[in-house]
Design a protein around this ligand. Sequence first.
Ligand SMILES: *Cc1c(COP(=O)(O)O)cnc(C)c1O
Length: 386
Amino acid sequence: MSLFPTYNRFPLTIVSGKGTTVTDDQGKDYLDFVSGIAVCNLGHRPVEVQKAIENQLDQVWHVSNLYQIPVQEQAAKRLSEAAGLDYVFFCNSGAEANEAAIKLARKHTGREKIITFKQSFHGRTFATMSATGQEKIQEGFGALLPTFEYFPYNDVQQIEEVHDGHVAAIMVEVIQGEGGVVPGTREFLQAVQEKCEELGALLIIDEVQTGIGRTGKAFAYQHYGLDPDIVTSAKGLGSGFPVGAMIGKKGLEDSFAAGSHGSTFGGNPLASAAVNATLEKVLNPMFLEEVIEKGNHFKKQLESALAHFQSVEEVRGQGLIVGVSTSGEAIQLVHTLRENGLLAVIAGPNVLRLLPPLTVEYEELDKSVALITEAIQVYEDRLQKV
Ligand SMILES: *Cc1c(COP(=O)(O)O)cnc(C)c1O
């Protein structure tokens, strides 16, 4: 093996995909409820995005950000309007988007402290790993960026008790994705917003996993009427073409003046073409409405099918990011499901995480519910035997 073993890889080689279905090198089909971890929100090889990329391939692939790039400007306009914000900085990943947000918040406020939350996930670069409130991700790498403070998620009181003039920003996920598909409560998210206003700190919302229609809104914070200063996006933004973005409010632009930050590839013409075609589809209000309906259907079906299982604690999430929390090891469910033709991942040791493409069909949702029910039955039968 010539790859660093940074991933525990499943024994599965996917060779093709279309819509919700992927096919392995043995010719076996799977329903893909991983979607490259909330990346393929329009399913595999969505026609419109493929056409947009092909069209751009025939024009120019890459030009430096030292030149005008109309396709990038157009993507920025769409994305900033979708977020109700004003400016976009394009990069190549979620970590880079958060890195840009951290740099901008520190530069703009002249302060260094950033509050994040336990069990959060913000990326793997030094700053974003330091922002991430999980020791297992930071272990062994030596001194972290010292300016982060980790608060318990969904704890309104502890946030209300912060009185500190050194806070540059509070950075928060609306739903903790990697942390176990844990939705923030309305009261908590509101308290975070109010605390930012009180302290003169920026509100940074990490929408890398929850954005681009995943919850049935362009961005998950829009369910709560929040007013962030900075929003970060990546995963679903290019439908599988690698691209990330930091979106910010008017007034921040002077702190990110020429020469202050950059990215060679960020928002290159191919990436921007993918973003434009993705947003064109996802931002359609009817499309988003359907995501909400599908999500409600999925959760309701799961809840009623799983209610009688002792090992199932809760079905939670919003739109089409759904977690099934169990008292057992969720990875065992993932293995059974894969054998039976459904791809899923875990979020923390006990949560089965389901991220179907937003284009998933009701029939596919129902089929997955049957497969999940069966997998949990297998799991509990096995427990009975020991
Ligand atoms: C995946 C993820 C990231 C990191 O994105 P990369 O593209 O892997 O760098 C950051 N924040 C959240 C919430 C994520 O889910």
